[in-house]
Design a protein around this ligand. Structure first.
Ligand code: NAP
Ligand code: MG
Length: 500
């Protein structure tokens, strides 16, 4: 049976057509049982394509392909510079197809086309290039202990890596995952999110065109409890990397523990504090704080969803912040000035609206937004709450939508206690003109990333990941290489005496 074909027409003109199959061994194939599922445009809730739906058996076929490739045509069989060349070729192909991938991403996920183009897909290529550069710089080391022996530490690939990614940055999460894994010589079975399988499928075409051997990258569309769970439980997957909810992250860890103890890295949720001191540049703080929560429609794991403003400037800050939030352009992702498109799905829309309702019921003040935007699709007006009880649902839980809660604080001691009062620890930000104050605060915050006088800055070179329940391990930078490799210590006897 032939797999489904995805044929898209973009609202701003142009078309794209590619396979909706499972990408296994460099071929697009139908699911073993022929099942497919619908992909929906979140701007109007209508179906735009069908893609193959992987079963546990399909995952198994993909793992066998990845294992064979690891043993025969990748990993230690291919020198690092060759892996790097293939990654550079892939980055070039992504750049050459940037407009088309961005349009696919925008249609599938709902993010603004201009942002998909200028940020998401541009960063995809940048991340792949960055890891291309590492592929032949995996030097290992010699450890001096004593002159009778030589100790060599090699950094070897893990083997077959399972990767499970979310829908908020479908293409970029794909790049964050495959870049370091391929640079270190691993092979891959990756599951995209059910809501957003399309950009990865287009990029699979390019992976084949770049010349990666069959079986090195295998990508399947499908559902978490079936295909995702099959990856997490598989006995022949050596490592699983997951980005998504803390709830599912726990399940992944349990599955690894009760199967083959595969290595696990997790990039999970957050409820990140964004702190504005009275001496901050107010316009700068307002601009970055609005961006910090509303970028990607609030669907960022590191979103600045708890803003803390020093008491003495609270009223002034709020007046300008409300204005800024009201000025955000919500609408058709393909219109030039749109900043915020629809939420990704009906389910996410419903979850966010339930949080807004609970905020109102629990006595918070709704300053702006809180309602649907337009008549169709999953659009929500950017929403600001104040007077929020820190122990209420909207005070504590990750909303993952365009909803921010703003608190006041009195002094530093009060602030640090409040800011760190969360089970999460992914990110935080501090706005102040006083460098000592900003850095003292940054040092005290329990977060894997702290931004000073900015927000949502991510670079391929800089590690990213969570303290506390926001995750295990780090992505990006050199740090990610460690989580896609394992060290082997080789002890060579030069002239140590026989022991007995
Ligand atoms: P999710 O269920 O955690 O989805 C993330 C990925 O995990 C998807 O590919 C998903 O597949 C897969 N998955 C789901 N259940 C699984 C299982 N039992 N075993 C293995 N894989 C599984 O996230 P969601 O339901 O889409 O979103 C819920 C909340 O998660 C959001 O509201 C937000 O708070 C948080 N979230 C965080 C991030 C982040 O960047 N840290 C990203 C997305 C969501 P399916 O696509 O089939 O679900
Ligand atoms: Mg889900």
């Amino acid at each position: 049976m032939a797999p489904p074909t995805v044929s898209l027409s973009f609202p701003h003109g142009g078309k794209s057509s590619f396979s909706g199959g499972l990408f296994i061994n460099n071929e697009f194939v139908a699911a073993g049982d022929g099942k497919t599922f619908a992909v929906v445009n979140p701007s109007d809730g209508k179906e735009i394509a069908q893609v193959a739906e992987a079963s546990a058996k399909d995952v198994d076929v993909a793992v066998k392909a990845a294992r064979k490739a690891f043993n025969e045509s990748w990993g230690l069989n291919v020198p690092g510079f060759k892996r790097g060349q293939l990654l550079i070729k892939l980055a070039e192909l992504i750049e050459a197809n940037l407009e088309e991938i961005a349009a696919i991403e925008s249609l599938d996920n709902g993010k603004a086309f201009s942002i998909a183009k200028g940020f998401d897909i541009t960063e995809v290529a940048a991340n792949i290039r960055y890891y291309a550069g590492w592929a032949d710089k995996n030097h290992g080391k010699v450890i001096e202990v004593d002159s009778s022996k030589l100790h060599i530490q090699r950094q070897e690939p893990m083997g077959v890596c399972g990767q499970i990614i979310p829908w908020n940055f479908p293409a970029l999460m794909f790049a964050w995952k495959i870049g370091p894994a391929l640079a270190m010589g691993n092979t891959i079975v990756l599951k995209t999110a059910e809501q957003t399988p399309l950009s990865a499928l287009k990029m699979c075409e390019l992976i084949k065109e770049a010349g990666f051997p069959p079986g090195v990258v295998n990508v399947i569309s499908g559902f978490g409890p079936v295909a995702g769970a099959a990856i997490a439980n598989h006995m022949d997957i050596d490592k699983v990397a997951f980005t998504g909810s803390t709830l599912v992250g726990r399940n992944i860890l349990k599955a690894a523990a009760s199967s083959n103890l595969k290595k696990v890295t997790l990039e999970l949720g957050g409820k990140s504090p964004n702190i504005i001191f009275a001496d901050a540049d107010l316009d700068q703080a307002i601009s970055w704080s609005a961006f910090g929560i509303m970028f990607n429609h609030g669907q960022c794991c590191c979103a600045g969803s708890r803003v803390y403003v020093e008491e003495s400037i609270y009223e002034k800050f709020m007046a300008k912040f409300d204005e800024k939030i009201k000025s955000i352009q919500v609408g058709n992702p393909f219109e030039g000035n749109t900043f915020q498109g629809p939420q990704v799905s009906q389910l996410q829309y419903d979850r966010i609206m339930a949080y807004i309702d609970s905020g109102k019921k629990e006595g918070a003040t709704l300053r702006t937004g809180g309602i649907r935007h337009g008549q169709e699709g999953y659009f929500i007006e950017p929403t600001v709450f104040t007077d929020v009880n820190p122990d209420s649902k909207i005070g504590r839980e990750e909303i993952f939508g365009p909803v921010v809660v703003v608190h006041k604080f009195k002094d530093n001691a009060d602030l640090i206690k409040k800011a760190n009062d969360s089970v999460y620890g992914l990110a935080a930000a501090v706005f102040s003109r006083d460098v000592t104050r900003a850095l003292d605060t940054a040092n005290k915050l329990q977060a894997g990333t702290v931004w000073v006088n900015c927000y949502n800055q991510l670079n391929p070179q800089v590690p990213f990941g969570g303290f506390k329940q926001s995750g295990i391990g780090r992505e990006l930078g050199e740090a990610a290489l460690a989580s896609y490799s394992q060290s082997k210590s080789i002890h060579v006897n030069l002239h140590a005496p026989n022991p007995m």
